[in-house]
Ligand binder design. Structure first.
Ligand code: ATP
Ligand code: MG
Length: 478
């Protein structure tokens, strides 16, 4: 179970550079936005506090100025009239705030400022305290304003109820006649940073930023994808056209390096081809001379053996030339009806049969150099006959591929060897005899060609015995 979870998690981890760049970009955006929100909301709390302190200061000043000359009864009457849902004024003989604030409390500074300011009215004892809200129940609140009708009144009452839900400052100040005025005023509520009104704008801007990031990453990654495709094309076909050296500086220098590598590899292959051609030429002349001289000899078993030896050397020379030409794409591509080609090859050998196609089948076309492809198929068929007694050819297809299976009835190949036989000059022990002698290059050349065409060649032992070689070739887009 844990393994399953881990493999699912691994599948979700992105593997491409653009995906990583996008994830990092979006993560950075999220972190910076979140920290910005935190900083902004802290700043808003701090600035609200300053405004609240300023308002308390102002109210206390005006109330002290208004009430100082009045008698205690008149103050009580006036305080009743001045009280509203956001400021509650009461008068008492004992303070509403029992103690003055400790010096470490930020309110102590406010107390000091208020005392200094109100001392001109003979008020020296000022106490400020922050209290948690005491929520009045909804019915009681409605009862306070029974005949609210207009929108403005409703909005005001909503603001008032918001105020009632927030903590409040309680300020007590003592007049000279020992009467205390208690002012209760709420802390201004901070409200959410993203209101329902601004949320759509915020989301639209964020979506734009993410879209621009997508576009930018796509622009940055596009040349690298082009490079990747070019490298892949180079692996398939050394003579593919060079990359255009334009675009950003990084891309231009990478394209230049790639083009230089391609040119050097082409030179290298040309040299190899020249060398093989020279070798073949130099060998062919003495071989022809030997054949002529051989013809003058009397018929004998020695003559036959020598002729076979010369034929072997000639075959090897041809194979070596074939191997040397692997990199160079000299033959042009043609559309080939694989059924007709395979059928014609099967006709060439007595031991080969072609399985008839079942029912209505579309033409099984592939794009390939005909001579090289015929040579590869022939080699596989000859292998089946030489090492597996017979060859049965069958053509299958799916939407994107044509598959030619060549099935024999021989001993097959040990699992350990099945990949090794594709390497050059590899021939398995039991087939090292004169009758089945070959150079061990047939499968190397075939695999090289078929991979170049975007296909694959593979061998597998059939459970009932015998070997099945499969040539898978892509069907050209119609
Ligand atoms: N159908 C098969 N059954 C058993 N062994 C096979 C079969 N096909 C190929 N092999 C083994 O794989 C080896 C490599 O095959 P490959 O076609 O590359 O070379 P070759 O046939 O020996 O020589 P060449 O094809 O160059 O004349 C063969 O020597 C043979 O041992
Ligand atoms: Mg062969």
């Amino acid at each position: 179970m844990r393994d399953l979870g881990w493999s699912t998690a691994r599948r979700l981890i992105p593997r491409t550079l653009p995906a990583w760049v996008l994830i990092v970009l979006i993560a950075v955006l999220l972190v910076s936005q979140t920290s910005l929100f935190v900083i902004m909301s802290r700043d808003r709390v701090a600035s609200n506090e300053t405004v609240d302190f300023y308002r308390i200061n102002e109210r206390a000043f005006w109330l002290a100025k208004l009430m100082t000359p009045l008698s205690p009864e008149e103050r009580k009457r006036i305080s009743g009239e001045l009280t509203d849902p956001t400021v509650v004024l009461t008068l008492s003989s004992s303070p509403g705030v029992a103690l003055i604030a400790a010096s470490s409390d930020p309110l102590a500074e406010l107390e000091d400022i208020l005392s200094a300011q109100l001392s001109r009215f003979g008020i020296e004892d000022v106490r400020v305290r922050l209290e948690e809200p005491q929520l009045p129940d909804a019915t009681a609140r409605r009862a306070q304003n029974p005949d609210q009708t207009s929108d403005v009144q409703e909005n005001l009452s909503e603001i008032a109820s918001d105020f009632l839900k927030s903590p409040r400052y309680r300020v007590s100040l003592r007049f000279q006649d020992d009467q205390w005025l208690n002012i209760v005023t709420p802390v201004t509520p901070t409200g959410p940073l993203l209101s329902p009104d601004s949320l759509p704008t915020y989301l639209a801007v964020s979506a734009c930023v993410v879209m621009i990031a997508f576009w930018a990453v796509w622009r940055i990654a596009a040349p690298y994808q082009l490079l990747e495709a070019a490298v892949r094309r180079l692996g398939d076909d050394l003579n593919s056209p060079p990359l255009p050296e334009k675009g950003g500086r990084d891309f231009r220098s990478a394209a230049r390096a790639l083009n230089q590598t391609q040119a050097r590899l082409q030179e290298h292959f040309e040299e190899r081809e020249l060398l093989a051609a020279a070798l073949a030429h130099d060998l062919r002349t003495p071989l022809t001379r030997m054949r002529l001289r051989l013809a003058l000899l009397r018929n004998s078993s020695l003559k036959k053996a020598l002729a076979e030896g010369i034929a072997d050397i000639e075959e090897t020379v041809e194979s070596v030339i074939g191997l040397a030409k692997l990199g160079a794409n000299t033959e042009s591509m043609e559309l080939i009806d694989l059924w007709s080609m395979a059928d014609a090859i099967a006709d060439e050998y007595e031991e080969a049969t072609m399985e008839p196609l079942k029912g209505e089948t579309p033409r099984l076309i592939c794009l390939a150099p005909p001579v090289a492809l015929r040579r590869s198929i022939r080699n596989v068929v000859e292998n089946a006959i030489k090492y597996g007694h017979s060859a049965r050819l069958a053509l299958r297809h799916d939407e994107r591929h044509v598959i030619l299976a060549v099935i024999d009835e021989g001993p097959g190949i040990g699992d350990a060897e099945i990949d090794r036989v594709f390497k050059p000059f590899i021939r398995l022990e039991q087939s090292r005899n004169r009758e089945t002698g070959g150079s061990g290059l047939g499968l190397t050349i075939a695999r090289n060609l078929i991979r170049k065409l975007g296909g694959e060649i593979s061998l597998r032992n059939n459970p009932g015995g015998g070997l099945e070689a499969r040539l898978i070739l892509p069907r050209p887009a119609t």
